[in-house]
Ligand binder design. Sequence first.
Ligand code: ATP
Ligand code: MG
Length: 262
Amino acid sequence: MSAPILEARNITKRFGGLTANEDISLALHAPVGHVVSVIGPNGAGKSTFFKMLSGFIKPSSGQILLHGQDITGMSPHRIARLGLVRTFQETTIFPDLTAMEHVSLAHQLHREASDLEVIFGMPRARGDEIRLGESAREILELMELHAVGDTEARHLPQGLLRLLGMAMGLASRPQVLLLDEPYAGLNPEETNRAVAITRKVAASGVSILLVEHDMKAVMAISDRIHVLYFGKKIAEGTPAEIRENPKVIEAYLGTEDEELGL
Ligand SMILES: Nc1ncnc2c1ncn2[C@@H]1O[C@H](COP(=O)(O)OP(=O)(O)OP(=O)(O)O)[C@@H](O)[C@H]1O
Ligand SMILES: [Mg+2]
């Protein structure tokens, strides 16, 4: 197998006396088009793990490698520049800005010209603007949001706001995109649509790492699944293997997700 794009080595995170992640190792081998999921009951440590991968919190111990480069403890901004991005949550949506303006705003992160060059409208800045405008339109198209490009966010339904969050994540052209519960709160129709679009995004050349409670969606979309339970990784495999795994079945017994297709 080729070298992993993203690798967590023996990651541990303690919050005082609580060990939210204990010695987790995970390698993301994601050829183009692949989606890898991390699942586990409430409080298993999934979001904590994602926050460490994307630089929002620092591990107590262990190492994170992106394309073989050690990114442990780097700022989210630096990690994003190296190609790993966590999606924006609803809190970063501005009601009065249009969908297109949101993607353009997220694009500013990716601009090549300095602020001064932008202020004085120098050639590189103008070139940037044209390039970024095209790129934003391309992203809206990929996310099937082009029809609402000029619509203000406050008029968009929840399902489309989620897709907009993903579109903003794509604006910095990541190689790895982390999605934490992208389908939570969506109705079945919105979920199906979002799942199909997620797959399209993966096929466009982005490796996707997903945390999700909707087991039907997870089973349908994932090429590989990692399972966390009380901060530890208890299983890894294909959806078919995970569904049959006795440790996983036991972990989910008595939880809300029990009947959801495991
Ligand atoms: N900043 C923090 N300070 C203290 N404890 C925390 C902090 N963040 C998370 N925890 C604890 O760490 C454990 C794992 O939390 P985490 O949010 O990673 O779980 P999760 O798997 O994402 O859960 P959910 O499915 O409910 O989103 C929980 O017991 C949680 O209370
Ligand atoms: Mg969580």
